[in-house]
Design a protein around this ligand. Sequence first.
Ligand code: G6P
Length: 506
Amino acid sequence: MQATKHAESDPKSARASAHGTAARGGSDTAPDAHYDFMVVSNRLPVDRCSPDEPGCEDGWRRSPGGLVTALAPMMTKTDGAWVGWHGAPDEHVQPFSHGGIDLVPVQLSTRDIELFYEGFSNATLWPLYHDVIAPPEFHRTWWDSYRKVNRRFADAVIHHASPGATVWVQDYQLQLVPKMLREARPDLKIGFFNHIPFPPPEIFAQLPWRRAIIDGLLGADLVGFQRSSDAGNFMRSARRFLGASVKQQQVHVKGSDGETTHIARAQAFPISIDVQQISELARKPEIIERAKQIRKDLGNPKTILLGVDRLDYTKGIRHRLKAYEELLADGKVSVEDAALIQVASPSRERVEQYRLLREEVEGTVGHINGTYDTLQNTAVRYLHHNYPIDEMVALYLAADVMLVTALRDGMNLVAKEYVTARTNNDGALVLSEFAGAADQLKQALLMNPHDIDGLKDTIMKAVNMQPAEAARRMRSMRKQILDHDVDLWSSDFLTALEEKVIRDDS
Ligand code: G6P
């Protein structure tokens, strides 16, 4: 898609006015610039950094994470803009450009972060949408904040979108934005993509504001999900809670007079990764060397097992540790022969459930290591850090067995990154059937992480897998991912959005 950028006012005078009391970003863009293509997500694809940190440019650095990995290539290719929170509480930042992407920051106050982000987004919606693994909390003050903040994001788009622009809203934090956009700007083509699961109506029913959320999403022309089961759940909720008529993938949205106002389409578009980036890194001599060094540093064990997750209760880290501890206790693996590396990147640390999880995981790791470590060997290398992608790829190359044991996960891009990095077609992927990636990676060792005995058997199968079987499975998984990278995901979604709108207009 070819997108153009227009400035209503003289960009030079606009830049001059951007230098007021507000903090500056990289190079300023015109505050009144208009865009034909806009992506909207809770977070902008940049983080604040200090100048001495690697990759830091003008106080900002491209941030890691699935969504950024997914959309950055698309944003740099098109001349669009990204609307989102810049990650600094109470700080007003003018629109600016970083790494070739125009960014429109949305401000969140300390209180918005508490009520909208930590509260409604991550202590109500997140657990509700992930099979209520943790109990969701329902508070009216959180909901009020969610509505207010969604309005702020919508207003930023309304202000910056050119007539007829395409707007792509991302994820559960912004489910009311599509309807707000449609009401104010019926000229826009509106897409929404939910990166996390959409729960069955029987669970979604708990949400006191279930109708408003469905109504908000139905403002989009196209609502995308990771799995077809998520799209099915959404359509069943639209029928049950709004009385919408649903035929195949079409939801007929009715106005207050009962007449159909428009048709929204709900469909699965499984997200993927930047295959080229990971493949190139996996072939770099210095990264291959680093992988060898990691193995050596661990004392050259026969098997390296690896877990890489945000420290989130949906990821099944406790189940994985339990299975591993039992394998050590059963004598099926020993610290001399095997090492488990668990990277747990810090996440949502002020939310109670995340604090509790961290305590529990760290207590368990301490207990396992205290029981099974020797002076030379450590059972679990637990790393509560973020690592740059180069180091992640070195870890993927070092790992013989990758453990993805999520209890529920929209997709899980780590599984796809691991497979992509295994350019020699070796290594084994243990993958939860509750991760969206299981729909595409059918040759992984699929298992139910709640079944600890089953998980242990699967880990042992991975540890003992013959090279020929590993290669057969890995080749087939690699083909799937190499044929379906993130560019295809975004172009499939945007093409479907374009075609749907053209069909409706004709
Ligand atoms: C998941 C969500 C994203 C979110 C990311 C990190 O992948 O789908 O929307 O940005 O987690 O979480 P955070 O709360 O740090 O943005």
